[in-house]
Design a protein around this ligand. Structure first.
Ligand code: ADP
Length: 510
C-alpha cells in the first residue's frame, strides 16, 4: 500500500551547517505541515499533489517533517489504514466537546498524522457532497488547525516552523499567536502558502465564538474582511511569511485585477510575500515507467511517442495520423482555465486540418459549449468529459502541443507534465505558465513552447498558428530531447522551501 522508501540524510553543503540541519543546535530542522489534502490519501486538486510530494522531498534533504490532515472516509476508501498513536484529546466548541484522536503512517520518509473526529470527517466527500460544500466547513477546518497543534504537542513534536496551506489551515497561525493556552507556540515561525487566492474561506460572523479564538482577532488587521470572517486573510496577516506557487503569481495577486480583494493586504506583506514554483512528482510522471502508456519513451529516445500516438488516435476514433499536428487539452472546464476560449477556436483549428484531443470536466455550461464546438468534427476532434488519469497520461504522451489558455494560473502542473512527456505547451502568459514556458520565437535556444497575452480567441489562435508553423518547419524533433530533460522536479522547489525555513530561523536568531 504505502511504498516505504529509504530516506537519505543528504549533506551536499548547500545550506547552513549541512543540508536540513538547524544552525546552532545541530538537530534536524522540524516542520509541521497542516493541509486539507495530501496525495495519495485524499486529493481533489493541485494542493493534494503538493502536500503529497513536498514532505518527502524535504525529508530527503534531512528535515524532520510531520504533516496533519483530517482522517476523511476517503483515506480508508483509497486503501490506507493509518495506525492509532494512542493520542486523544478534547477540543471545546460552544455546546459540544469534540473528542479527537490521532492516527499516523510513514510515507516517503515523512510522517503523516490524521486528525480523527468522525462527526466532522467520516463523511462521503472531502469538502462536501458532489459539487457542493458542507455547511460546517469553517468548524471542520478550525478543528483541523487546533487539532494539529494539540496533536503535535501530544506527540512531543516540537517544530521550528509550522507550514500551512490555503484557507483550511489559515487558523493555525492565528491560534499560534492568539490562541488560549497556546503560549508555547508564540515563538514558533509560521509560513502560509496560497495555492489559489480565489478560495478564501469567508463566513458569517456568528461563527466567531465557535472558533476558539479571542474575539479580538475579528479586526480589520486580522480576520475581518467586508464585515465577514475571512480565514485566508487572517492567516496572511498572522503568519511570518506568505508564499504562493510561482513568482509571477506572487506579483499578480498584489494587483487589483488579480487580488480578489486582498491585494492591499498582500502588498502590505512586502518582501514577506514570495513565489516558489511547484514541481511535479518525477516518480509518478515518468514516460519511461508509466504503465498507462502503450510504449515507454524518454528524453534520450522519444521514438516511442509515435506508437502512443497511433494507439490513442485509434482508440479515440481520430483519422489516422496524416502528418498534422495533434493538439491536446486536459484540465478543469471552468472559466479560470479558459475552456470557453478553446471552444471558440475549435472550429477554426479543425477547418485547418489540425487534430485536437480534449479531456476534462467542470461547469456544465463550459462542457456544453465544448460539446457543441467539437460535435461537427468527428475524426479531427475528440472530446471526453470526465476525470481519467490513465487517459490523461496517454494524451500527454501522444500530443505535439498542450493547450492552456488559462485566465489565471497560480502555478499549473499540466504544462510541466506535458513538457516531460514531449508535448509543447501553448499557453497564456500568466502566473506559473509565464515562469515555466519560454516562447520558442522569442528565444529559440531556450524555447519550450508558445505564449500569448490576451485571454481571447485571437490570442490563442495566434499562438496555435505559430506552433503549427514550427511543426511544419520540421524543427520539433530536434528540440524535443532538450525540452523533455528540463528540470521541473520537486528537487528544485524543496530546496527553495528549505532556504525559506532557514531564513525564518535566522530572523529568529536561532
Ligand atoms: P488545477 O488548477 O486543476 O490544480 P493543474 O494544472 O495545477 O490544475 O493540475 C491539474 C492536474 O490534474 C494535472 O495533473 C492534470 O493532468 C490533472 N487533470 C485535470 N483534469 C483531469 C481529467 N479530467 N482527467 C485526468 N486528469 C486530470
Amino acid at each position: 500500500m504505502i511504498r516505504k522508501k529509504t530516506v537519505k540524510r543528504t549533506r551536499t553543503g548547500a545550506g547552513i551547517e549541512g543540508v536540513g540541519v538547524k544552525a546552532g543546535s545541530g538537530g534536524p530542522l522540524k516542520v509541521l505541515m497542516v493541509a486539507a489534502e495530501a496525495a495519495p490519501f485524499a486529493k481533489v486538486g493541485g494542493l493534494g499533489d503538493v502536500v503529497g510530494s513536498l514532505p518527502s522531498r524535504l525529508a530527503e534533504r534531512g528535515l524532520d517533517v510531520m504533516t496533519f490532515l483530517p482522517l476523511y472516509r476517503e483515506v480508508g476508501l483509497r486503501g490506507y489504514e493509518p495506525e492509532p498513536t494512542g493520542v486523544r484529546f478534547t477540543l471545546r466548541e460552544p455546546g459540544s466537546n469534540r473528542e479527537c484522536g490521532v492516527r499516523s503512517l510513514e510515507s516517503g520518509g515523512a510522517r503523516y498524522c490524521f486528525l480523527e473526529e468522525p462527526g466532522y470527517f467520516d463523511r462521503a466527500g472531502i469538502y462536501g457532497p458532489a459539487g457542493g460544500e458542507y455547511p460546517d466547513s469553517a468548524l471542520r477546518y478550525s478543528l483541523l488547525c487546533r487539532g494539529a497543534l494539540a496533536g503535535a504537542e501530544a506527540l512531543d513534536f516540537r517544530p521550528d516552523v509550522v507550514h500551512c496551506h490555503d484557507w483550511h489551515a489559515s487558523l493555525a497561525p492565528l491560534n499560534m499567536r492568539f490562541g488560549e493556552g497556546l503560549d508555547r507556540w508564540r515563538e514558533v515561525r509560521s509560513v502560509l502558502t496560497i495555492h489559489n487566492l480565489s478560495y478564501q474561506g469567508a463566513f458569517g460572523t456568528q461563527l466567531m465564538p465557535a472558533l476558539g479564538l479571542p474575539e479580538t482577532v475579528f479586526t480589520g488587521g486580522l480576520m475581518e474582511y467586508a464585515g465577514r470572517l475571512n480565514f485566508l486573510k487572517g492567516g496572511i496577516e498572522a503568519s511570518d511569511v506568505v508564499t504562493t506557487v510561482s513568482p509571477t503569481y506572487a506579483e499578480e495577486i498584489r494587483t487589483v485585477e488579480q487580488g480578489w480583494g486582498l491585494d492591499g493586504v498582500l502588498q502590505g506583506k512586502g518582501s514577506l510575500l514570495r513565489g516558489i514554483l511547484n514541481g511535479i512528482d518525477y516518480d509518478s510522471w515518468d514516460p519511461a515507467r508509466d504503465g498507462a502508456l502503450a510504449a515507454p519513451f524518454s528524453a534520450r529516445d522519444p521514438s516511442g511517442r509515435r506508437a502512443n500516438r497511433e494507439v490513442l488516435m485509434g482508440q479515440l476514433g481520430l483519422y489516422p495520423d496524416k502528418g498534422a499536428p495533434l493538439f491536446a487539452f486536459v484540465g478543469r472546464m471552468v472559466h479560470q482555465k479558459g475552456s470557453d476560449i478553446l471552444a471558440r477556436v475549435i472550429g477554426k483549428m479543425a477547418e485547418e486540418g489540425l487534430q485536437v484531443v480534449i479531456l476534462g470536466t467542470g461547469d456544465f455550461s463550459h462542457e456544453e459549449s465544448l460539446r457543441v464546438a467539437c460535435n461537427p468534427y468527428p475524426g479531427l476532434v475528440s472530446l471526453t468529459i470526465g476525470f481519467n488519469d490513465s487517459l490523461a497520461r496517454r494524451i500527454y504522451a501522444a500530443s505535439d502541443f498542450f493547450l492552456m489558455p488559462s485566465r489565471f494560473e497560480p502555478c499549473g502542473l499540466g504544462q510541466m507534465i506535458a513538457m516531460r512527456y514531449g508535448s509543447l505547451p501553448v499557453a497564456r502568459a500568466t502566473g506559473g505558465l509565464k515562469d515555466t514556458v519560454v516562447d520558442m520565437d522569442v528565444d529559440p535556444d531556450r524555447g519550450n513552447g508558445f505564449l500569448f497575452g490576451d485571454a481571447d480567441e485571437k490570442g490563442l489562435w495566434e499562438a496555435v498558428s505559430r506552433a503549427v508553423k514550427f511543426f511544419r518547419s520540421g524543427a520539433l524533433p530536434a528540440i524535443l530531447g532538450r525540452v523533455m530533460s528540463e528540470d521541473h522536479s520537486w528537487r528544485r522547489s524543496a530546496g527553495d522551501y528549505q532556504r525559506l525555513y532557514e531564513d525564518l530561523l535566522a530572523m529568529k536568531g536561532v
